[in-house]
Design a binder for this molecule. Structure first.
Ligand code: HEC
Length: 471
C-alpha cells in the first residue's frame, strides 16, 4: 500500500464529514480510520472498521447504515473449523476482496500460517506441500501473485460434454473436480446484484437475490471455512444483513480530488442512494417499468465536462471524457456467447453500457453471464490449468481455462460464461476479471481493445482509465 500524504486523508475526512454532517458517529468512525493510517491497524482482524482506505490512485470509502463497520457481525467471526471467517477473503481496505499485496503481507507476517492459507481452496492444489515456509510460498503462488482462490467444481451428472483432457500444472484437476482459479468478488454494494457468483451458481430458481445471498452465506461457510453442519437461519440473516448494508466506492482521486465536488455525484454515499431493480435500464427493453434502454448509463461526472484548469480541473475533464466514452464509444460486439448466439445476431453495435447497463453501478441488471473470451487458450498463462471439453453429441472439442456457467447447468451453450461484476471501487482491487487476467485498469482497456478492435486512441484509453479509477 502506498504511503498517503496526510493532506489527502484530511481532505477525504472533510469531504465525508461535509456530506454527512448530521452523523457524528460517522465522523468518529472516520477519525478512527484516520488514526489507523498513522498507527498501523491491528492485525488480528484484517480490515476491521476501516471506513476510508488508501489505494493506488486515491482513497476508497465504505458507508454503512451506522457509520461504522460492526465487527461483531458473524462476517468477522471464525465460524467454521479452519480458523477462517468471511473477512479472511473479503477485507474492507482491499476493496472487500483481497489484493495480492494484502495477501503477501499476511503471508510474510505469519510465515504463511494465517487461516487464509488453507489447502482446501487457498493452495494451487489441495495436495500441495505446506510443511515449510518455502513450500508454502510455492504452494500458494496463485493466491500470492494474483489473489486467486481455487474453486473446485466437477462436471455435473448429465452434462452435454465430458472432460477430454486436463493440463493442470499442479497435477490435481479431474472431471470430479476441476480447479478454477477465481478472484473473490467484493461483498459490498450487493443490493445492485442480479447474479450471485461469477458463474451465477447461487442464483436459485424462483428466489430473490436476498434469498440467494442467504443460501450463499451458508455455502461459503461450509466451503471456505469447512464447517460441517449448516449455519442457522439467524446466523445467515446476520451475515446477509451486514454485507447488504455496506456500499463501497472511490471517494477521492489524488489528481481529480474529491469525487463528489463541483456538482459531481461520485463516492459511496451517492452510490448507497442509487436506485436499482432487477432489469433496470435493460438493454433489450425488458425493464419491468417499461422504460426504454438508455446507453447513457453513467452520468455522475456530467458536471465535470469541459473542465481544464489546473491539474485537478484537467483530470476532472478527463474523468468526464472517459465517462462519455464508456456510454457512447461504438463497439462491434461479436462472438460473445450468451449474447450474439442467443439473439442470433452475428454483430451487435453497442457500447460499454450494452453489457454494463445498471445506471451508476455498471454491472448487468439482469442475470446474463457472457463469454467475452477471457478463458480462451490464446490468453492462457502457464500458471493456469487448461481443460479440453468434448461435446458428447457432436464430438466437437473446446479448450478453456474455466468452463464457467457450463459446470453449473451442464449445457454446452454456457461454456465460459461469467457475470460482469459491479464496477464501483475498482481502484482498490486489482487484478481484474474473474481470473485476475488484467493486472491494472490499463490492461483491462487493452483487453477490450484487442478483443473488439474498438480503435481507442491513446488519449481515449487514458481518459477511460481515469474514469474507471474514479468509480
Ligand atoms: C477463502 C476465501 C473466501 C472466504 C473465506 C469467503 N469467500 Fe466469499 N468469495 C470468494 C470467492 C473466490 C468468490 C467468487 C467465487 C466464484 O464466483 O466462483 C466469492 C464470492 C462471494 C460472494 C458473491 C458476490 C457476488 O458479487 O456475486 C459473496 C456474497 C460472498 N463471497 C460472501 C462470503 C461470505 C458471507 C463469506 C463467509 C461466510 C465468504 N464469502 C467467505 C472467496 C471467499
Amino acid at each position: 500500500m502506498h504511503r498517503v500524504p496526510l493532506i489527502y486523508i484530511c481532505a477525504a475526512v472533510a469531504a465525508i464529514c461535509g456530506c454527512n454532517s448530521d452523523s457524528s458517529r460517522d465522523r468518529d468512525a472516520v477519525a478512527g480510520a484516520e488514526e489507523k493510517q498513522v498507527n498501523p491497524p491491528r492485525v488480528s482482524v484484517p480490515g476491521d472498521d476501516q471506513i476510508i482506505a488508501p489505494d493506488e490512485t486515491g482513497i476508497a470509502r465504505t458507508v454503512t447504515p451506522t457509520g461504522s463497520i460492526d465487527t461483531r457481525s458473524l462476517f468477522f467471526q471464525n465460524i467454521g473449523i479452519n480458523g477462517r471467517a468471511c473477512v479472511s477473503c473479503h477485507v474492507a481496505n482491499q476493496g472487500w476482496t483481497i489484493t495480492p499485496d494484502g495477501v503477501r503481507k499476511r503471508f510474510d507476517r505469519t510465515k504463511g500460517l494465517d487461516p487464509l492459507f488453507r489447502t482446501v481452496d487457498g493452495s494451487n492444489s489441495p495436495l500441495a506441500d505446506v510443511r515449510t515456509e518455502d513450500a508454502r510460498r510455492r504452494s500458494f503462488s496463485m493466491l500470492l501473485r494474483r489473489g486467486l482462490i481455487r474453486i473446485g467444481i466437477g462436471i455435473p451428472a448429465g452434462a452435454e460434454f465430458e472432460l477430454a483432457a486436463v493440463d493442470d500444472p499442479y497435477h490435481f484437476a479431474s472431471a470430479a473436480e476441476l480447479s478454477l482459479f477465481r478472484r473473490p468478488l467484493p461483498t459490498a454494494s450487493l443490493s445492485f446484484l442480479s447474479t450471485v457468483m461469477w458463474d451465477g451458481r447461487e442464483n436459485l430458481a424462483g428466489m430473490t437475490i436476498l434469498q440467494d445471498l442467504t443460501h450463499q452465506s451458508n455455502s461459503a461457510t461450509q466451503a471456505h471455512a469447512q464447517k460441517v453442519d449448516p449455519i442457522t437461519d439467524a446466523q445467515r440473516a446476520d451475515i446477509v444483513s451486514f454485507e447488504t448494508g455496506i456500499f463501497f466506492s472511490q471517494e477521492l482521486d489524488f489528481q481529480a480530488g474529491i469525487l463528489h465536488e463541483a456538482g459531481a455525484g461520485g463516492g459511496a454515499v451517492a452510490l448507497s442512494k442509487t436506485p436499482f431493480h432487477i432489469g433496470i435500464n435493460d438493454t433489450l427493453g425488458a425493464d419491468p417499468t417499461g422504460q426504454p434502454f438508455n446507453p447513457v448509463a453513467m452520468t455522475m461526472f456530467d458536471a465535470w465536462a469541459g473542465l481544464n484548469k489546473g491539474q485537478e480541473g484537467r483530470t476532472r475533464g478527463a474523468v468526464a471524457r472517459g465517462q462519455a466514452l464508456f456510454n457512447s464509444k461504438p463497439i462491434q460486439i461479436s462472438d460473445v456467447r450468451g449474447l450474439n448466439d442467443a439473439l442470433g445476431v452475428p454483430t451487435l453495435q453497442g457500447t460499454c453500457t450494452t453489457c454494463k447497463n445498471t445506471p451508476g453501478v455498471g454491472d448487468h441488471s439482469v442475470a446474463l453471464p457472457l463469454d467475452i473470451g477471457l478463458t480462451d487458450p490464446s490468453r492462457r498463462t502457464s500458471d493456469m490449468p487448461l481443460y479440453t471439453l468434448r461435446n458428447i453429441a457432436t464430438g466437437e472439442l473446446y479448450q478453456t481455462t474455466d468452463p464457467g456457467k457450463a459446470l453449473i447447468t451442464g449445457k454446452w451453450k454456457d461454456r465460459s460464461r461469467f457475470k460482469g461484476p459491479i464496477l464501483r471501487g475498482l481502484a482498490a482491487r486489482a487484478p481484474y476479471f474473474h481470473n485476475g487476467f488484467a493486472a491494472s485498469l490499463s490492461e483491462v482497456v487493452d483487453f477490450y481493445e484487442t478483443r473488439f478492435a474498438i480503435g481507442f486512441t491513446a488519449q481515449e484509453k487514458a481518459d477511460l482509465q481515469t474514469f474507471l479509477r474514479s468509480l
